[in-house]
Each structure stands twice: as C-alpha cells, then as structure tokens.
Ligand binder design. Structure first.
Ligand code: SF4
Length: 326
C-alpha cells in the first residue's frame, strides 16, 4: 500500500520528531515554498509508514488539490474521497470529471450514503443561515450533518488515515486548534475505531497554496478566477492578535450555501455576477423571501401585504445587491 516514498533532499532532512515539533511551532515565518513542500512530504511519508488504510479528503478546492498532489508524489494509489452534497459548485463537478477521465484518478463519491437533498433540508429545517435562533442553528447543523458529515463518515469507515487540506490561517479557531494539537493527530470520533488525521499544509498561507498550484501547473476549478471587488483568488493578509491571517480569498464548496451571507456579501455577489442563473434559481427557491423576512422584521412583513412576489421581482432587478448579505 505504501509504494514508493518521496526521497528527501539531503540538505533538508529533519528527524521525524523535529517535523512534528515544527508543526506545532507555526513554522510559517521564514520558510520558502520549497521548505514547506519538503516538510509536508516528510510528514506524509511518516504517516504512510505508520498507517495502512489511507485516503485523501477531496473537495476539489485549492487546498485539497495541493494535498492530493503532495500525497500522490509519495504514492499515487491513494484514493480521493469526495463529499458529494448534491450542491457542489458546477466547476468542482467539471474538475472531478477532468481528474477521473484525463488523469485516471480514483475519486470515491459519498453520494450513495446521502438520504437528503439540500432542498429537502430547506423544506424540513429551514434555511441554514447563521445562529440567530435555535431553529437557524438546527438548520445549519442538520444541513452539514446530513449532506456532508454523515455520508462522509459512512464512506470512510474502513480507513485509518485521513489526509486533508485544512489550513490554520483560514480562521482564528482553526489557528488555535492547530497550535494546540499540531497537524498530525489521532481523532477518536472518526472512523470505526478512531483515525489518524494528517494535515500536511496546515501552516501554509493562501499564497503558498497558489504558488504551489502554479509551480506544478495543477488543474483547478474556474471559480477561483471569477473575482469580484474585495474577494479574490489570493485574498489579503490581515493581522489578528499579531498573527497574519488569510482573509477575503475565494473559497469553493456548496454553491447554494447561504451561510457566508451572515458575515459578508462577497460570496453572493460573486454568484450573482458570474453565475447569474444559479443565483436566480436560489432566489426563486425562496432565499430572496428569507432575506426579506430577516431584514425587514419577520413574518408580519409577508402577511400584511407590504411584501409580495411582484415586489420581490422588482427589488431583485433594481437592488440585487440588497440580497447579498443578511
Ligand atoms: S456548506 Fe452549507 S449548504 Fe453545504 S452542507 Fe454545509 S450548511 Fe449545507
């Protein structure tokens, strides 16, 4: 299963223990992309020597593409497991086909383990937006659980090593977790009897990820090139408590997900600008009405005749940006 190991460059051999320690040390500061590559490959090699049933958690997003490439440099037989939520962005579906057809990658989809569609979730639990009420919280957790987590857990039951593309600088919570636990840890709650989780690019910034993608000419989904003002491929670095975090970089996942609307207008603006048909579908399926309810004060607005379907159409035409954020 382990296959051919990547040979470390002589000048950059770290002992295994050094590698693990460095993971916890936030080694971002002075290292080049080549150094980061070497450390990631060393960790991958170590983890494959310790566990015999590995898989790569693959979303088709930029981070999982880098992890796929790194892991496959060590052993290109390791399967990719794709959390198919049914509403993955179309550019991700295209990319999945590309890797299967053109590069012969084995991509296992979680589709068969999924009993719900996104639209079933809306109907049963409401729109998964924010934590304003216990109903909203429930909708968010049900949506992610039923579309993503549970099908993923079912599909990956027999595996004991997971590679994923989580990066620390994406959010303060992730940063603190990575500082606390490192990026190579055993998680009891995953898999049948727990699972080792390896995050080879935990300490990479968005710039490192794109530098690597460009260096190796890795095929990526077109959505990353669909920028809007303030929301770009590489984003910006902003300091939080003295630490440079990655912000305002394009991410990709479920195209219909309204969660980001609570914090920013960027995601919906990008969808509206570059994928107008998807945006209109979402609005027509009830998101526009949900925005109105939340911004104009609850159900009464809809009952007292002030707000009608005709008005919605008019507002969507005149002020579409009003519907970008809650
Ligand atoms: S990301 Fe959004 S749409 Fe996708 S499963 Fe989670 S809550 Fe649902």
């Amino acid at each position: 299963m382990i296959g051919k190991f990547y040979e470390l460059k002589d000048e950059f051999k770290l002992s295994e223990i050094d590698v693990i320690n460095k993971m916890k040390e936030d080694y971002d500061l002075e290292l080049t992309i080549e150094d980061k590559e070497e450390i990631a490959l060393n960790l991958i090699k170590k983890s494959l020597s310790e566990w015999d049933k590995p898989f790569i958690s693959w979303s088709g997003g930029k981070d999982s593409l880098v992890v796929m490439h790194l892991v496959h440099r060590v052993n290109n037989n390791i399967p990719l497991i794709f959390a198919d939520t049914g509403v993955n962005h179309p550019s991700i579906r295209e990319l999945k086909k590309y890797y299967e057809r053109e590069e012969g990658k084995e991509i296992i989809s979680t589709t068969g383990e999924r009993d719900y569609t996104f639209w079933d979730i809306i109907e049963e639990f409401g729109w998964p937006i924010g934590a304003r009420s216990s109903a909203s919280k429930k909708a968010v957790s049900k949506c992610c659980d039923l579309l993503k987590k549970k099908p993923m857990e079912e599909t990956t039951k027999g595996y004991n090593l997971e590679f994923n593309g989580l990066t620390a600088y994406e959010s303060w919570t992730r940063y603190c977790r990575a500082k606390g636990d490192g990026n190579y840890k055993f998680v009891k709650s995953r898999g049948k009897n727990g699972r080792q989780v390896c995050m080879p690019i935990a300490w990479w910034h968005t710039d490192n990820v794109w530098d690597y993608i460009e260096k190796y000419d890795i095929e990526y989904p077109e959505i990353y090139d669909k920028e809007v003002e303030g929301f770009t491929k590489r984003g910006v670095r902003e300091k939080t408590k003295g630490i440079e975090m990655d912000r305002k970089a394009i991410r990709v996942g479920c195209w219909s997900c309204p969660l980001p609307m609570q914090y920013s207008s960027h995601v919906m603006r990008q969808l509206r600008t570059h994928y107008p048909n998807l945006w209109k579908t979402l609005m027509d399926k009830g998101l526009a009405e949900e925005v109105v309810k939340r911004k104009l004060g609850g159900q009464s607005t809809l009952i007292d005749g002030f707000y009608t379907k005709e008005k919605e159409e008019d507002w969507l035409k005149r002020r579409p940006c009003w519907f970008d954020k809650i």
